[in-house]
Design a protein around this ligand. Structure first.
Ligand code: MF3
Ligand code: CO
Length: 264
């Protein structure tokens, strides 16, 4: 069942997402070669709690951390641990916060030091596909218009979208209806209505779309071992144009101040 939000609720979801944008920036300041992913998770936990929020992912269906940190061929749901970030990695960070009873959810992929041209193109195309998907997210369109647009864009580069995982409604729960796949058919799927809030999150593989889940029950990897990128924003559906509730603005400020990382 799709839950339509009031204007007041949408503002609360925006508030949660602004804090989440600031959290992403705080984490981004600390991404550099030599850092363990668990260290990033610790500071993320502290940041959220110190700002009156609750980590949305921690203990969600038993997930053990505040962040998902997914490096290189890890698509999503990488569990922070002893992995040491190194030059040439791409690092996707996904997180969510509960603030004032409402969930935020967004993700961003960074390059650490120099990455091959093709990897940069993967990041750029994934981010662009997110914005093209968002453009479709308006009243009168359907969920399939979003997915079609995302997949159609990235496949021109020879990239592929992950099919097993999707975007989703977001609000008082992390995952609400509708599911928002990164593939679809124009004009098909649930109708988009004013006041719906959804997270759109293309997960794009450089090679084949196939994935597998590691024995830890979480870590999703590409079957062919090639890299994957992930960008996610939460938005509200409006009559005229989508209202982007998450923000990457703080992230870009942090990137400017951190010589070790970059992003398209
Ligand atoms: N942002 C992801 C999603 O929307 C991650 C949530 S999975 C969790 O599905 F377990 F880590 F919370
Ligand atoms: Co999500």
């Amino acid at each position: 069942m799709v839950i339509i939000k009031s204007d007041e609720e949408i503002e609360l979801i925006r508030k949660s997402n602004i804090l989440l944008g600031q959290l992403h920036a705080e984490v981004a300041k600390h991404i550099k070669p030599g850092v363990k992913t668990i260290e990033l998770d610790k500071l993320a936990y502290d940041f959220i709690v110190n700002h009156g929020g609750k980590p949305a992912f921690l203990h969600y269906r038993g997930y053990p951390a505040t962040l998902c940190i997914s490096v290189n061929d890890v698509v999503v749901h990488g569990i922070p641990g002893d992995y040491v970030i190194k030059e040439g990695d791409i690092v996707s960070i996904d997180s969510g916060i509960i603030l004032g009873g409402y969930y935020s959810d967004s993700a961003f992929t960074y390059a650490v030091g120099e990455v091959p041209q093709q990897v940069w193109t993967l990041m750029k195309a994934t981010k662009e596909s997110l914005y093209r998907g968002i453009e479709q997210a308006k009243v009168g369109n359907r969920v399939g218009d979003i997915g079609f647009t995302v997949e159609n864009y990235v496949k021109k580069f020879g990239f592929s979208v992950v099919r097993e995982l999707t975007g989703h409604g977001v609000g008082r729960h992390l995952h609400e209806d509708p599911a928002v796949p990164n593939y679809g058919i124009r004009g098909y799927g649930k109708r988009l209505k004013n006041g719906m809030t959804i997270a759109i999150e293309p997960m794009v593989n450089m090679g084949k779309h196939d994935i597998y889940i590691e024995k830890d029950g979480w870590t999703v990897r590409t079957a062919d071992g090639k890299p994957s990128a992930h960008y996610e924003l939460s938005i509200a559906i409006r009559d005229k144009e989508p209202d982007i509730l998450s923000t990457f603005d703080y992230i870009y400020e942090a990137i400017e101040q951190n010589d070790y990382i970059s992003a398209p």
